[in-house]
Design a protein around this ligand. Sequence first.
Ligand SMILES: Nc1ncnc2c1ncn2[C@@H]1O[C@H](COP(=O)(O)OP(=O)(O)OP(=O)(O)O)[C@@H](O)[C@H]1O
Length: 296
Amino acid sequence: MSKSNILFIINPISGGKDKLKIPALIDANLDRSKFNANYSFTEYIGHASEIAEEAANKNFDIIVAVGGDGTINEIGTKVMQQNKILGILPFGSGNGLSRFLKIPMNTAKAIKVINDCNVRVIDTARFNDKCFFNMAGMGFDAHISSVFAGNKSRGLSGYLKLGFQEMLNYKPQVYHIYIDGKEYIRKAFVVSVANSSQYGNNAHIAPNASITDGLLDVCIIKEFPIYKIPVLAYHMLNASADQSDMVEIIQGKEIRINRMSNDAIHIDGEPFFMGKEIEVSIAPLSLNIITPDYES
Ligand SMILES: Nc1ncnc2c1ncn2[C@@H]1O[C@H](COP(=O)(O)OP(=O)(O)OP(=O)(O)O)[C@@H](O)[C@H]1O
């Protein structure tokens, strides 16, 4: 059997964790009878995307994102365009897509999942012309991702600290949301569009989301008094946000969101600016990705 060429692209800053030992962990755990392996470290924002494009144009069959949802986004976009296979070693702050797909957080175990090479095909989505795989949105979470991007300390504690500071001053906004032909006008704290169920760290905003159903879950977090944060957190961590009166979830395929401001949006947790009108679309079953074999 011929070996597959596999490239590991390592984001040295994601999740705020040291990655210098990753090449040695790959050497110790990757099945060399199946793979010819190589790796490279990213040096700047957007570099993972450049490396992935070059690798996909060459003869790499599998490209592994070593990082969080932002790194997966950069690499997955190129992998999808070239119809290659994406692997993940989770090393982000939140690891939303990895957790949803049940990819082990332990690196040696995650490499074993790659050894087994069970490939699934999943839905992907877009905000205007930018792909996302896990979650995209606007409102408070996008505001946080834009402030967090300029913050030196990554990781969960960095997110939480910033979140509390910024929440005190954040004002909910009015959104006109069109889902499969119906208009919803909502004043919201957050509008998230979910492909998977969770933001990361097992905070499930769309507990019924499926990544293979051809549908997106529009999750509207309504304006709420600050003392209700623990209730919202409880629902997210218990995957019961659909039962909370603070959250409205509407599934659909053709979605457009109009808003009054040009504030940051986020795509898989990374901030971007793309105007007041966002066209949201879904490409059913469009990305090949290595996951655990759920049947075994
Ligand atoms: N060498 C680098 N220096 C600075 N930024 C980088 C570098 N390589 C990649 N990046 C950027 O790091 C950002 C964050 O990456 P990523 O999303 O993987 O980590 P995270 O935000 O800690 O995790 P998660 O999204 O799971 O919460 C991405 O926008 C990526 O473009």
